[in-house]
Design a protein around this ligand. Structure first.
Ligand code: GLN
Length: 502
């Protein structure tokens, strides 16, 4: 068999181009994210050595942070739709990268309008880039190619290399030159990512192109799908009920939630119509199991994403960061533990699952994902210890954070790269980018849930929050493992005959 793509170290060369592009993009995203909450919560009166902040309460800062990190990923749905329907994944990534450069450039300015505009552009840019670059990785492999899972693990290392470098460097830059230098650095790095992507195009000739088909039924038409809604009484009733709930949300909560519910209703209706439209039962079942696995995704990130919010503030204010009396470790540096652990352990975890598979033990994606939730949840035990120590002595040791982040990371390695690969195996090809978008939107909802939980810490105290998460996640993970058999049946053997390919 002729190799499908040009190779390097047993993987398509295109993988390394996407690896580098995503590495720089994640550098800019996580660099900015590491300082965002701190910047909003820093004094507006110039009392903070890192410069004038926005002077918000931590509750206000976490609320905006929750909306922001949710929107960034929710925009992956329109981002995916644009790719499937209009321009393909490759161009979507290009435009996303350009918009991201602009967003970070605007954030360098010190005005309030610039703050919101910059965040808005970053949201749009990530929405276009993030889901589509991930689908492109899947496009490097033919169906059944066993290298796919490994490829996603390698890609995931790129993501975290970017995040690791960012969290190491940005904290130091901010300490020396202030907040806006940190935002500026994110912009410069994104520009490197863009140049890198453009320069590597010759290795991406076969992936991410928009396929125009002669056959009309192969074309993606969202308009047609929505119009069919009015001919399907059951689906219409469900949609109307959801719509009523959104309007109720609008009334009783605030307009932000109202809009969110409205958006989710629109997407739910679309997903129902896609389900109806799929040709065979195999496609339909796979579609359903994919959506069910996204429930795990929401719960996972809802707990995990305390990292940038509540745990970040906890590190800042309630942890003894003094390193043997030599120096004080900057808060943002703790954000690099997660990425550092991924770089160290990603290959090990991938190999562990691959060897289990060879011994024909349970190593399906769904099993790995449920295990990931349990392992991550267990990490919160150490945050419970930290909160206990703080209540007793007014400070807590950093060792708790290190242990918590270690287990969070091991859990992440079982769920996140696995889910990316799983989607590219199960999603119907013509909706591949949309499904990737829905996946990232699920992670975005997780981010929002994380924010809501984090905000409530000021009412309930960290101890209750951390122990609550611990118990809940372990129960959910166990439930999914108990349901494994029927769920796996719905995949119709999508992962049963993976083999080596030339
Ligand atoms: N840390 C991963 C990334 O940045 C996962 C993020 C997510 O899925 N929400 O890609």
């Amino acid at each position: 068999l002729e190799p499908y793509q040009k190779e390097l170290f047993g993987q398509p060369v295109g993988l390394y181009i996407l690896f580098l592009t995503e590495m720089w993009e994640r550098f800019s995203y996580y660099g900015m994210r590491a300082i965002l909450v701190l910047y909003m919560a820093a004094s507006a009166l110039g009392e903070d050595p890192r410069g004038v902040g926005l002077g918000w309460t931590s509750k206000e800062a976490l609320a905006l942070y929750g909306w922001y990190t949710m929107l960034v990923y929710i925009m992956s749905i329109p981002g995916g739709m644009i790719a499937d329907k209009l321009i393909g994944q490759k161009k979507s990534v290009l435009y996303g990268a350009i918009i991201l450069c602009m967003g970070h450039a605007v954030l360098v300015l010190k005005d309030t309008w610039a703050f919101y505009t910059g965040l808005g552009l970053v949201i749009l840019g990530v929405g276009l880039l993030k889901p589509n670059i991930s689908t492109m990785v899947g496009g490097l492999y033919q169906e059944g190619d066993i290298r796919r899972d490994k490829g996603f693990s390698i890609f995931y290392i790129g993501i975290n290399l970017g995040s690791f470098l960012a969290t190491m460097v940005v904290g130091a830059v901010v300490a020396k030159w202030g907040w806006h230098a940190g935002f500026g650095l994110a912009g410069v790095v994104m520009l490197i990512g863009l140049v890198n992507y453009v320069a590597g195009q010759k290795y991406l000739v076969k992936v991410g192109n928009h396929v125009v088909s002669d056959n009309e039924t192969d074309e993606v038409s969202y308009g047609k799908l929505y119009s069919k809604l009015f001919k399907s009484p059951k689906q219409l009733v469900i949609s109307v009920i959801l719509l009523a709930l959104s309007l109720y949300g609008w009334y009783t909560m605030d307009w932000g939630y109202g809009l969110l519910f409205l958006f989710l209703t629109t997407i739910t209706a679309l997903l129902m119509m896609i389900y109806k439209d799929l040709e065979t039962q195999v496609y339909k079942d796979r579609f359903v199991v994919l959506l069910l696995s996204f429930i795990m995704v929401i719960i996972f990130w809802g707990a995990f994403e305390q990292a940038g919010g509540l745990m970040n503030l906890y590190t800042d204010t309630k942890t003894d960061r003094n390193f043997f009396g030599l120096f004080v470790i900057p808060t943002s540096m703790f954000q690099s533990l997660n990425a550092g652990f991924i770089i160290l352990f990603a290959a090990g975890v991938a190999n562990f699952w691959a060897s289990r598979k060879l011994k024909s033990k349970e190593a399906s994606s769904l099993f790995k994902m449920a295990t990931g939730i349990i392992i991550m949840g267990f990490g919160f035990l150490f945050m419970v210890f930290a909160a206990m120590e703080f209540e007793k002595s007014g400070t807590s040791s950093m060792i708790w954070l290190v242990l918590a982040y270690f287990f969070h990371t091991m859990g992440e390695l079982c769920i996140s790269p696995v889910a990316l690969s799983f989607i590219t195996k199960l999603a119907p090809v013509k909706y591949a980018s949309l499904m990737m978008g829905v996946y990232f939107a699920a992670t975005g909802l997780g981010n929002k849930v994380a924010g809501i939980i984090g905000e409530s810490a000021s009412d309930f105290g960290e101890y209750s929050i951390f122990s609550g998460i611990l118990i809940f996640t372990i129960i959910v993970g166990t439930l999914f493992i108990l349901l494994l058999k029927p769920l796996k049946r719905l995949t119709h053997g999508a992962e049963d005959n993976e083999h080596e390919m030339a």
